[in-house]
Design a binder for this molecule. Structure first.
Ligand code: ASP
Length: 294
């Protein structure tokens, strides 16, 4: 009698970041514990067959609502005192993408970005138009900005959360996806938009790799950093980690600081930074979880 060997378990992987901004004399134990818990949830979802796109959106939404990072509830106001938020999602299958920039008044910018992708022929909606769209689609609104955002109530600047958030995943079907969300850089000018919602700069997913960036967005835009990771894999034949380091070196050569997380179609993962640290958690292929600031 011939025995059929059991089908190989499909490889899944997940990387999360909670931002490149870290202060040397502040503990990030709470944020790292939160990232580790989320990574455990994401690992279970992927093992149960969840879609990479759904998982990265779920991870980023949880980080937005937590108030622990500079995204969603943890966002800081711009110089005009307004909370303008950016977010993007990208699905490696077919390179579908959605993003919002300078969005005001909604709990989960990543949900708005997903709705742009799912319900419009467009990739990026900005400002008042993005808010109008989010309202029309019934997304949950912030009723009282001054009471909601953490920075409005923070007793001192050290209590203000730091860090954009992002997630990249490979699911059991082989699909790759990325999502990123941010309140932007501290003290930004009214109307400033960073790399996060710019597809190719701060967020990217295709058939080779899914990438999410954090740091000084202007430099990541000028380096087209997220798409550059996949381009290095495609044209230079780099492995994922070398591609991430290469893209980060380019950001650094321009004078920029930050970090990049990525996963590829084989399940290889990377989390690199040239900043003093980057809050992150990794579900390695095989399921082991590592998390930390360094
Ligand atoms: N990259 C984000 C931006 O420039 C900020 C951050 O990652 O902290 O908007």
């Amino acid at each position: 009698m011939t025995r059929t060997s059991p089908a190989a378990t499909p490889v899944t992987a997940l990387v999360l970041h909670g931002g490149a901004g870290v202060l040397a004399d502040r503990s990030y134990d709470v944020e790292i514990a939160h990232l580790r818990n989320l990574a455990e949830e994401g690992r279970a979802a992927l093992a149960a067959g969840a879609d990479a796109l759904d998982v990265v959106c779920d991870m980023v939404r949880a980080m937005e609502i937590s108030g622990l990072y500079v995204a969603g509830k943890g966002s800081a106001p711009n110089r005009a005192g307004r909370y303008e938020l950016d977010a993007a999602v990208m699905d490696g299958r077919g390179r579908r993408a959605g993003a919002v920039s300078a969005l005001e008044g909604f709990l989960s910018p990543v949900d708005a970005a997903r709705a742009v992708m799912d319900h419009t022929p467009h990739v990026l909606l900005a400002g008042a138009g993005a808010a109008h769209f989010a309202r029309e689609h019934g997304l949950a609104a912030v009723r009282d900005p001054d009471g909601y955002y953490m920075s409005a109530a923070a007793p001192d600047s050290r209590a203000i959360p730091t860090g954009t958030v992002g997630a990249v995943a490979l699911d059991a079907s082989g699909a790759l996806a990325a999502a990123t969300s941010t309140g932007g850089t501290l003290n930004k000018v009214w109307g400033r938009v960073g790399d996060t919602p710019i597809i190719g700069s701060g967020t990217w997913a295709d058939e080779r790799a899914a990438v999410s960036c954090t740091g000084q967005g202007e430099f990541f835009m000028r380096a087209n950093a997220a798409a550059d990771v996949s381009a290095r894999v495609r044209y230079a034949g780099s492995d994922l980690d070398a591609a991430v380091q290469g893209a980060l070196d380019d950001v650094g050569a321009l004078g920029g600081e930050g970090g990049i997380i990525a996963v590829d179609a084989s399940g290889a993962v990377s989390a690199r930074y040239n900043s003093p640290g980057m809050k992150h958690a990794i579900v390695h292929p095989g399921g082991r979880i590592t998390a930390g600031v360094k």
